[in-house]
Design a binder for this molecule. Structure first.
Ligand SMILES: *[C@@H]1O[C@H](CO)[C@@H](O)[C@H](O)[C@H]1NC(C)=O
Ligand SMILES: *[C@@H]1O[C@H](CO)[C@@H](O)[C@H](O)[C@H]1NC(C)=O
Ligand SMILES: *[C@@H]1O[C@H](CO)[C@@H](O)[C@H](O)[C@H]1NC(C)=O
Ligand SMILES: *[C@@H]1O[C@H](CO)[C@@H](O)[C@H](O)[C@H]1NC(C)=O
Length: 266
């Protein structure tokens, strides 16, 4: 089969199918490709594709004899991430094959793929499904580099791949220590943030008060850099009036050039 010579229909992987589009179903004689939940590869692939793309509605539509699913299209959001891997490829080909369609090779699947994954599905398995073991076959090592029902059948279903966070009642009781730690960390972090805000507010109010005092040197950008204002650094000599604070609450001094010097002029 020469792929370009045949018309490709648009109802595909590449165009996420929305709303009431039905999901394809395998014909008779394909029970071997179902997962332990009784789902055929069209359903498994649809669920994976929807979850990977964050879409509620995404499915492999039913095909007739002259249709098949398009390979990944890089202009379609999610295709590279969700379909440029052998697992999505194998599920798609299995779904084509079980509808009496004609499968095509892995090299024909990936011309637009910028990154590919072999035997790895790069996203988590969707809730409510399980991926049969045969979907993880390394198709690049098969004759013709093409999906094969007979290989898949011999590889079989088990072990299946399940969602990493199985919604299982026992799974919901996660380590309570972690949660408490997160809460304590959150409270502690908030307190630190409040302290930083309080210091910032204090420095800002001090700065504003100084602005109102009308010191001409305060206009210098260097002069009102709050981080340079450090009262304990001030060394002032009670016997030298030139080192006296300008006001009791404002001991910071500035040089004649407007830049804060931090030490009194002698
Ligand atoms: C296959 O389906 C498409 C659209 O769904 C239709 O245009 C085409 O005629 C069908 N082909 C056959 C052989 O049924
Ligand atoms: C595939 O073809 C077989 C017989 O050739 C038929 O029994 C079966 O219903 C077909 N499956 C689909 C999905 O059309
Ligand atoms: C898949 O098969 C090819 C060809 O045999 C091999 O080079 C490659 O390392 C295999 N990849 C994995 C992930 O098994
Ligand atoms: C739930 O998880 C537990 C342990 O992780 C496992 O033993 C049990 O079989 C799971 N139940 C279901 C229904 O998946």
């Amino acid at each position: 089969m020469s792929l370009p010579s045949v018309v490709l229909f648009a109802a595909t992987f590449a165009s996420a199918v929305w709303a009431q589009f039905p999901t394809a179903q395998c014909g008779p004689g394909f029970d071997w490709n179902k997962n332990s939940l009784g789902q055929d590869p069209c359903t498994v692939g649809s669920k994976l594709g929807a979850f990977c793309r964050g879409l509620a509605q995404y499915s492999f539509p039913p095909l007739n004899a002259s249709e098949w699913y398009l390979p990944p299209d890089t202009s379609v959001s999610g295709d590279v991430m969700c379909d440029c891997n052998t697992v999505a490829y194998s599920l798609s080909m299995a779904c084509i094959s079980c509808q009496n369609g004609t499968v095509y090779s892995w090299p024909q699947w990936i011309p637009q793929c910028t990154t590919i994954s072999i035997t790895v599905y790069p996203a988590d398995v969707a809730q409510g499904t399980a991926v049969p073991h045969w979907a993880y076959v390394n198709v690049t090592s098969l004759p013709g580099t093409i999906y094969s029902d007979s290989v898949a059948m011999s590889v079989g279903r088990d072990p299946e791949e399940f969602p990493s966070t199985n919604t299982n009642t026992t799974g919901s009781s996660t380590d309570p220590k972690k949660n408490v730690g997160a809460i304590v960390g959150g409270v502690f972090g908030s307190l630190i943030l409040l302290a930083i805000l309080a210091v910032a507010a204090f420095l800002y109010r001090r700065y504003c008060r100084r602005q109102q005092a009308g010191d001409p040197y305060k206009q210098s950008p260097m002069a009102h850099e709050p981080s340079t204002i450090s009262a304990p650094l001030l060394l002032y000599d009670p016997s030298d009036p030139s080192t006296f604070p300008q006001s009791p609450s404002d001991p910071v001094r500035y040089s004649a050039h407007g830049a804060y010097s931090g030490v009194p002029e002698i």
